[in-house]
Each structure stands twice: as C-alpha cells, then as structure tokens.
Design a protein around this ligand. Sequence first.
Ligand code: NAD
Ligand code: ZN
Length: 646
Amino acid sequence: MDREHARKRLAELREQINYHNYRYYVLDDPVISDGEYDQLFRELLELEERFPDLVTADSPSQRVGGPPLDRFETVEHPLPMLSLDNVFSEEELREFEEKIRRFLQWEEEIQYSAEPKLDGLAVELVYEEGVFTIGSTRGDGLVGENITAQLRTVQAIPLRLQELAGDIPSRLIVRGEVYMPLEGFEALNRERASRGEPLFANPRNAAAGSLRQLDPRVTASRPLSFFVYGVADTAVTPCSTQQELYRWLARLGFKVNPLVLHCPDIETVVARYRYLQEVRHQLEYEIDGMVVKVDSFELQHRLGATSRAPRWAVAWKFPATQATTRIKDVDFQVGRTGAVTPVAILEPVTVGGVTVQRATLHNQDEIQRKDLRIGDTVLIQRAGDVIPEVIKPIVEKRTGQEQPILFPKKCPECGHPLVRPRGEAVIRCINPHCPAQRLRSLIYFAGKNGLDIEGLGKKNMEQLVEAGLVRDLPDIFRLRVEDLEELDGWGRKSAENVIRAIRAASHPPLDRFLAALGIRFVGEVTAAQLARRFGSLEHLMEASREELLEVDGVGEQAADSLLDYFSDPDVRAMLRELQENGLQIQPVEAGVPRRLEDRVFLFTGSLETMSRNEAKARVKELGAQVATTVNRKVTDVVAGPSPAAS
Ligand SMILES: NC(=O)c1ccc[n+]([C@@H]2O[C@H](COP(=O)([O-])OP(=O)(O)OC[C@H]3O[C@@H](n4cnc5c(N)ncnc54)[C@H](O)[C@@H]3O)[C@@H](O)[C@H]2O)c1
Ligand SMILES: [Zn+2]
C-alpha cells in the first residue's frame, strides 16, 4: 500500500473505531463483535507501524477507552488507568517476552503472573484510612466517572478494610474488575426481553450499563461482583511482586480471583493458557483471555508504560466466540420428541476459526422476545461445543426490507398439524409415525446416550433408513451381514463389526434401555430411578399413575408421558418385537443401595483410568447427578491431572 492509500485507510479506520468506541464505552451497546473490533484495531496498529509519521494525536491507538458520561461527576485518576496490548498466539506471546528482554537487557528467567482476563469493567477504588471513599470508572484513562454510590451497592467491594493485615497505608488505591456472573446476566436479559427493552450483547456491557445508572438502587438490583487485580501505586504496599500483592489484598478483605497463577517461566504461562481455554466455559463468569504480568514490581517499574498500555503486561485473547452476520432464512427442524425448532440459516461467518452457517433460535417465544426477522444483521455466539445461537438483532442495521419469521402450521416432515401444548414454549408434531421422529429416535437409541452401538452413528443410521433396511427399532436387531456389506462404502469387515456391536449391545440393563427409548421427560436420571423402583420392564408397564408419581424425579408430566407411551399399541408391539429379535433387557435389582445419592459431580480435564463419559456413567449408576458447569449445587469436583490445574 502506498502512502496515499494508507492515509485514506487510516482516516477511515480511525473514524470507524471511534464510532465503535462510542457505541461500546459510552452507550454500552456495540454493533460489532469484539473479534471484529480487534481486527480493525490490529489493522490500524499495523498501518501506523509502517507509516509512523501518519500517527495522529487523536488516533485510537494513542488513547484509552472513551470520555466519561457527563451525567456523572468526574474523578481524576492520580495515576493513569491504562488498557492492555493484545497478543493472539503463542508466537506473539514469545515476542512479548523477547521485547522485554531486549528492553531490560535481561538474561535470567522472567517470572509471571497469569490471570483470567475478566470480561467486565475496570474500576478504581480509593480507601482513606481503610475506608472506601471514592470509586470511579476508567473513562479515558485520565478522568473517569464518579460512581461511588453505585459501587457501594456491590457486595464484594469492602467498605472498610480489615486491619488484620497490619499497617494499612493511609491512602490506598486499588483497581479491579466489576463483572456480572453469567446466571445473573441471562436472567437480566430475559427480564429485559419480556419488557421489550434492548438486550445486552454480553455480560461486560451488562455490567457497564448497570454500574453507570444514575440511581444506585438500580445498580443494587443487578447481580454484580468484583475481583481486585492491582493497585495504582505499588510503593505504598509492603509487597514486591504481583503474587505477594494478591495475598496482601486478600488479607485486607478483597476478593482475588482463585485462578491467578504464579508462573516461574513462559512455558508455564503457555500451559496455563491452554488450561484456562479448556475450563473457561465451566466458570460462573465470562473471561475473554488471559492477562500475563511480569511478577516483579522492580521489573514492572523499569519497563514502564506507553500512553496506552503498560509494557510489563499483555492480554492473550481467546479465539472470538461472537460475530455478526445476516439471517438469510429460517428452517424448521423436527426433533426426536417431535419438537419443532426454528434454525437460522446464516450468511457463513467464522467464529473462533470455525465456519458457522446455522444457529438455533430456540422457539417462537425467543424469536418474539428478541424481535428477530429474516434479513436482520445479528450478533451470534458459539461458546464451546454448544450449538451456535443468535444473541440479538443489530437494530441499527435494519433497512425496512426485513421479513417476519412465520411458523409453519403443519409438520415440515409429515404434514401432520402442529400443536403447542398448553404451558409449553415449543411447538410439536404429535404424529407418532412422523419420519423425522423415527429417524431421530433410531439415532438416539443407538447413540452415546442410548445403547451406544459402535458403528451405528448418525451417518450410518441415515444410510440404513434411506436404504430401507431400518424403519423402526426392532429392525436394528434383524440386520444381517449380507444386507450391510452391499451398502456403499461398507464391505464385509465393517458389516461384521457392526453386527457384532449390535449383538454386544443387546443385553442392556433396564435403566439404559429406558433412557435409550427417549420417552419425553424421561432422561437418564429418571430412567435409573424407574428401573430401581420397578426392576423389570413388565412391572414398569403395569405401573399406575400413582405408583409412577411416587418415584423420585417423576412429576406429572413424566408420569403422563410414560402412561401415554406404554398404552400405545404400536409401542407395545414394537417392544415385543424387539425382544423376539434377540434383545434381552437385564432386570435391575429393585432397591439396591445408591451410595452417591444427593451428590452432584463435576468433571474437568482428562482422567487417568477411564474416559470422562465412563466416569459420568459410573457416578450416575451410583445415584449421583453430573453438572456441566461450576455452580452452587456441585458437591464434588474431579479434576484430571492437567499440568497447571489449580
Ligand atoms: N465491540 C466493539 O464495538 C468494541 C468497541 C471497543 C472495545 N471493544 C473491546 O474492548 C477491548 C478494548 O478494551 P480495553 O481498552 O478495556 O482493553 P481490554 O479489555 O482488552 O484490556 C484492558 C482491561 O482488561 C481488564 N482486565 C480484566 N482482567 C484483568 C486482570 N486480571 N488484570 C488486569 N486487567 C484486567 C481491565 O478492565 C483492563 O482495563 C477490545 O479489544 C474489544 O474486545 C469492543
Ligand atoms: Zn411430523
């Protein structure tokens, strides 16, 4: 690019970034995702590096955040509150260390503090003689908003420091992040949607919007919390490293994030990043990366800062989880239980390295609450293995050409009229012979949560159904090697393997078999309780409504669903046929002691002697429940030997 082009592009970028800064920092209502913003910013930095004389004083690269809102009084920060430079790969992290080494002419190992990068809002808290006096936002780094009254409502912020720590400096200025736990964020957005108010794009914007409320009572009603991560001036503390500082601050009564880790070298930092990336979706709050800080205060002082960020710290961002794209159309999918789920067909977009073309819209109510339309530009999110979802429309991008999303009246698979049972959010096809439900029941029955028949995954099952070899569950047990080996891409060997796997899976214990049937409202846990209470399929099929309701975990809906299911003559015929074709259900000893009842397990990392799925099945057999995220109900955490697990 020549100079003239660069000048033009830079002006464009500055204008765009300033607009997005305004949407983000002032309105708490961004119109692009953080990942997209980071790309613009990166392009700006790269161009400015190539053409240093084109850097202007008002460039976003020279500044922090946005101006304070004039509805608040301002607070001048005694020492500037800076941003952080970003890195996006291990290579860039190592360059960061190299730069430090050159700057300091330092040969020895550099020690670090590696910390979750909390996705909230930076605040500064001033304590005079141990008493909280002034609290402010970062603002533009030099001047922030006075939100003392609002911050007083945040329970995790101590109003008075504990004196246990010995001498407290007469004036102590701490900094940290106010954040909104995910559960509270989701509840807040649901509430806002039901009142027709605009949704927050993420917990960060929700936290910022909640803190910058003129009426502190509104702030008090929002679930905010706080983690401390530094002080303005380390010289007033008795500490000489970041780690000592955290221990000291904890003794004063501050909440320090439990995942902060002291790293003796850069290798440990890298391992820690991988670890945090693995557990991030199990945390109760959102993190968008890891902050790496040089541990020693002496080195921090020698390194100093630029006008925008300290040289002794860097943010290593996680791959993005959000992006913006357009809803081209909406598809309606019929699930195993007949539920009809609207799925947005998207303009393909990459999120964290994966191309996303579809996202769930959940149900009609969600669509209405979020006010989504075909043609809308939307913010989407793909977090972990979870199905991508549409967070909200970007209303600013509407052209007037958007179309409402209309639900079909008839099942897209079988044409049967759809119904919406009273009190339910979903619309269903209740035709028990609906082909969509059949196929999905078959897939579920043979899948991981069912009999787990190796070689009969989704793809193969679809092929068998298409070839007319399987229509209903009993057909699985009628399959012969000769039928399978003829199929496209099979052959003798794989046919034999699958037949062997079917035979091996044909003696399931009653609870497993029940779960595999995929009866509505009867999940694994309920299936296990039912098996234990009734012992055999015959007894269960004869159970009355009252008897069913006596079983733990069986409510009215599950009881009705079971009665409906077992009273259907087609189902009875199907169950008989299954057994005639070689399926032998193993009775379960009624009333065996269940040693882990009332316990809730959480597994993280890979385990040594069994797979995670195996371990989960094991504890469930013993009566425990399994959680997928850290929450208050969890009683036991089983962590695999991840190198840096804390
Ligand atoms: N979507 C948009 O339109 C838009 C617009 C502007 C900014 N942004 C987002 O904001 C970022 C820039 O914001 P920024 O200047 O606040 O920088 P930043 O959020 O990337 O990093 C600095 C901030 O990290 C926070 N932080 C969290 N944990 C920390 C810890 N353990 N130690 C120290 N600090 C910690 C602090 O609040 C600090 O101010 C962008 O990279 C982008 O993700 C998005
Ligand atoms: Zn149907």
